[in-house]
Design a protein around this ligand. Structure first.
Ligand code: TXA
Ligand code: MG
Length: 327
């Protein structure tokens, strides 16, 4: 059974228990500004294997390696002008860069799934401090069972992994609530591999070029971006304007929805229609709606602009038929 240690209440205890576990090659749950991560020493093959086993994740799906700062990141990845501009602007923060792996890096190939690139990110606050003290990058996927919804609170982590890890660091509810935006830089061009907590437009404004988005029929470039990934057990129906009796309704904004008086329950991602607030609540409300085991979860339309791209991406995956692609 995992012990849950509050960072706000007991920072030095949190730090020392975390360092002990990490030193022993044990994965621990850590808060980040996006979602909770399941972190372990990125240079230790046994520790990385333990991450894949704990999550039930296929080992061909590479892990993001978290760094204390840009200096540490430069030891492991090759930066060019664009990636340096992005790193300087958005780190610490909710952006992951996929860059060429440096031959000298001691990140183990199990963490990168043997690719010649590495996904890296510098998180904010306590987690960056922890990495600096540990002195090595931490490989960390989201701290959920593979195929389940990413955790944004300690309760979500405990439900999926409480029985299988020793330590969960409690940093409260995650600020953003959806995962980092993943950008791959290759030959001077920036590709959007996964929309996330930082709007694509904000990234384009910094690099002054359009992000290249994968077409519907293009090769999957982030191996984890398979269709059915963020899966509740209940079927989801998107862009609804009316619901059937007994549905759980997830609304956005304050417009009434036809039939809502007969909903089993109504959640509202943001009554005022703010996308940032909606992103923050998204996974928690999906999990709570799913726990009510209705016939279906009906979700109102969310605008596509800004953070709406990431929210719609996660909803589309949550609504996709579950099956062999479910990582
Ligand atoms: O916000 C986040 O990004 C959270 C926190 C914990 O940092 N992490 C997270 O990790 O969402 P995960 O493992 O759930 O998703 C990472 C995604 C996967 O789709 C993986 O395939 C992709 O990043 N990825 C990692 N390294 C890559 C690489 N070298 N090339 C392409 N895609 C990569
Ligand atoms: Mg994940």
């Amino acid at each position: 059974m995992a012990s849950i240690v509050s960072i706000a209440q007991n920072k030095s205890d949190a730090l020392s228990q975390a360092l002990t576990c990490l030193g022993e090659g044990k994965p621990i749950a850590i808060p980040t500004e996006t979602v909770y991560g399941l972190a372990a020493d990125a240079t230790n093959p046994a520790a990385i294997t333990a991450i894949y086993e704990t999550k039930g994740r296929p080992s061909f799906n590479p892990l993001i390696c978290h760094m204390a700062d840009v200096q540490m990141a430069k030891l492991h990845a090759e930066f060019d002008d664009i990636s340096l501009m992005l790193a300087t602007h958005f780190w610490p923060g909710a952006m992951t860069l996929v860059l060429p792996l440096r031959p000298k890096s001691d990140i183990h190939k199990l963490a990168t799934a043997g690719l010649s690139s590495v996904g890296i990110r510098v998180p904010k606050g306590f987690t960056a401090e922890l990495i600096a003290q540990f002195g090595k990058p931490l490989a960390a996927p989201s701290a959920n069972l593979s195929g389940k919804i990413s955790p944004t609170t300690v309760q979500h982590v405990a439900r999926d992994l409480g029985q299988s890890i020793d330590l969960i660091l409690d940093g409260g509810a995650c600020e953003h609530g959806v995962e980092s935006t993943i950008i791959k830089i290759e030959n001077g061009k920036a590709h959007l591999l996964r929309p996330g907590s930082i709007a694509a437009q904000d990234i384009e404004n910094v690099i002054k070029q359009k992000l290249i988005r994968a077409g519907a029929d293009s090769e999957i470039e982030a191996p984890g971006m398979l269709t059915s990934h963020y899966a509740p057990n209940t079927n989801l129906q998107l862009n609804v304007t009316r619901i059937e009796a007994g549905d759980v309704l997830i609304k956005f904004g304050n417009q009434p929805v036809d039939g809502e008086q007969d909903a089993a329950q109504i959640f509202n991602l943001s009554p005022a229609g703010h996308l940032k607030e909606a992103a923050h609540h998204l996974f928690d409300m999906l999990i709570k709606a799913d726990q009510l085991t209705p016939n279906k979860i009906a979700v109102c339309a969310i605008p596509y602009e800004g953070l709406g791209e990431a929210i719609n991406d996660r909803l589309k995956r949550a609504a996709a038929p579950k099956g062999q692609d479910n990582l």
